[in-house]
Design a protein around this ligand. Structure first.
Ligand code: ATP
Length: 250
């Protein structure tokens, strides 16, 4: 079976400064895959390169059998690849209902189908159902994160990309968000998630990639990675230090 998302040999950066170097990852339909690594490892940059927000300088991104490298973000999102960026970019002075409606912007979904899509997305987040007329800015952090995810789900994505959904949330709210993501996976959703809380992410995901300094440092089954040193090495830069030491000795 071919992967739903396949990234091969991707190089990308900002204004000529290289960040990603030869990154290859795959996500198959129906699986949740975690992307881990320390601050600045390049995780968000990889998500941006996949969803068209920055242009890769080399390599390919293939989605649902079609090459989408260097396509515009609106073209990519219309193919069913939805990116929920870090930081819950909601319209604080608009209601929950309006924010969900804005999720359809440019999607091509018929107006008559919108209510059913919203209903299906909110099935995962029942707490939002009773707050449809509340301004998004007045929701708790956890509910804002749920709204940001629901805003992506109304498009019925084939792949949902999430950048640090736990950011700034109290542990109990992280539990709620992760419970919803577990349920999404159980229902057959396909998710690529960047997450600082590695242990949580490895309990949610089936497989994971670990990034370090713009490259994939380790990859594998979530259970195997949990018991290995790969994560620690990538986070603490142990591998990099050893390489540095070896370099100094020569
Ligand atoms: N808009 C930008 N312009 C220039 N450099 C950037 C930009 N965004 C990120 N970078 C740089 O790219 C590198 C990778 O950042 P990125 O945000 O992808 O890392 P990350 O693994 O997602 O870490 P974090 O968890 O801190 O977001 C960092 O050195 C960062 O300073």
């Amino acid at each position: 079976m071919s992967a739903l998302l396949s990234v091969e040999g991707l190089d990308a950066g900002y204004g000529g400064v290289p960040i990603l170097r030869g990154v290859s990852i795959e996500v198959s339909a129906g699986e949740t895959v975690a992307l881990l690594g320390s601050n600045g490892a390049g995780k968000s940059t990889l998500l941006r390169a996949i969803s068209g927000l920055i242009r890769p300088s080399a390599g390919t991104v293939t989605f649902a059998g079609e090459e989408i490298t260097r396509r515009a973000p609106h073209q990519i999102v219309r193919r069913g690849l939805v990116h929920v960026p870090e930081g819950r970019r909601l319209f604080a002075r608009q209601t929950v209902a309006s924010n969900l409606e804005l999720g359809f912007f440019g999607s091509g979904v018929a107006r008559a189908d919108e209510a059913a899509r919203v209903e299906a997305a909110l099935d995962l987040f029942p707490a939002l159902k009773t707050r449809m007329e509340t301004y998004a800015g007045l929701l708790s952090g956890g509910q804002q994160q749920m709204l940001a995810i629901a805003q992506g789900l109304v498009r019925d994505p084939r792949l949902l990309i999430l950048d640090e959904p736990s950011l700034g949330l109290a542990p109990v709210l992280v539990d709620e968000v992760f419970a919803a993501l577990t349920e999404l996976g159980r229902r057959g959703g396909t998710v690529l998630i960047v997450e600082q809380l590695a242990d949580r992410a490895l309990r949610l995901a089936r497989r994971a990639y670990v990034m370090s300094q713009g490259q994939i440092a380790a990859a594998g089954d979530a259970d195997t990675l949990r018991g290995s040193n790969a994560l620690e090495e990538a986070y603490l830069g142990v591998g990099a230090e050893l390489a540095h030491d070896a370099g100094e000795r020569t």
